[in-house]
Design a binder for this molecule. Structure first.
Ligand code: DC
Length: 223
């Protein structure tokens, strides 16, 4: 089968990461978590004491940043100027800051080039918010994964529970705030591409979502 670029967009907690990893595995494709790229920028902003609204400072910072994915025994790791920062990206603080910096044009323009360079060699599943709309508008297979806010918040709560003391209400509030930020920003807001297949993951197991996606990909490859 000819290799393609697969895009999976959707709000936080819709199940994109689990499904993207499984799908990439089934297809023998690379898995690219683009949210992690925004998180690396947030970490650099945090560590550098940079004003997340200062586009000139962000542009300068990005110009000095080299981002690389490497596949190791521990799974995919993200290197920022050669330093493995993978384990620092999932704190609540970096999560919220990633949503803030992702609204800045300087950051989006920088990562647009980074992501397109990663997609030049096909055979990849890209997970994000604007993969099907902006970064890869010509992608062969586009999906938009969604689920009601309460369900997404509960999934995130269960995932975070061993690591934080946040209550369900706090997790839900942060998730809905992030959804609002991500879908109302001027640049590349979160929304389904017109030609994306929309899948509601509320009542589906990840394996069932992957089966729907594989069915579509195979059908497209026949045409
Ligand atoms: O998928 P995630 O939660 O790791 O993403 C972190 C933030 O990055 C999210 O709040 C929005 C932003 N993001 C984006 O704007 N565009 C993408 N393609 C991926 C993530």
């Amino acid at each position: 089968m000819k290799k393609s670029v697969v895009t999976i967009d959707g709000p936080a907690g819709a199940g994109k990461t689990t499904v993207s990893r499984m799908l990439a595995d089934r297809l023998g494709y690379r898995y690219i978590d683009t949210g992690a790229l925004y998180r690396v920028i947030a970490l650099a902003v945090h560590e550098g004491g940079i004003d997340s609204k200062d586009d000139a400072a962000l542009e300068k910072m990005c110009a000095a940043l080299s981002l690389r994915y490497v596949l190791t025994e521990k799974g995919p790791r993200l290197l920022s100027n050669g330093r493995d920062v993978t384990d620092r990206l999932r704190t609540p603080e970096i999560t919220m800051l990633a949503s803030a910096v992702s609204a800045r044009p300087a950051v989006r323009h920088f990562l647009l080039d980074v992501q397109r360079a990663m997609g030049r060699e096909k055979g990849a599943v890209f997970e994000g918010r604007d993969m099907g709309t902006v970064v890869f508008p010509d992608a062969d297979d586009k999906f938009y994964l969604e689920a009601p806010g309460k369900i997404r918040a509960m999934r995130r709560f269960l995932e975070l529970r061993p690591k934080t003391k946040l209550t369900f209400e706090e997790v839900e509030r942060d998730l809905l705030r992030r959804d609002r930020n991500d879908s109302t920003r001027a640049e590349a807001p979160l929304k389904p591409a017109v030609d994306a297949i929309r899948i509601d993951s509320a009542d589906l197991a990840p394996t069932e979502v992957v089966a729907v996606m594989l069915g579509h990909i195979e059908k497209m490859a026949e045409n």
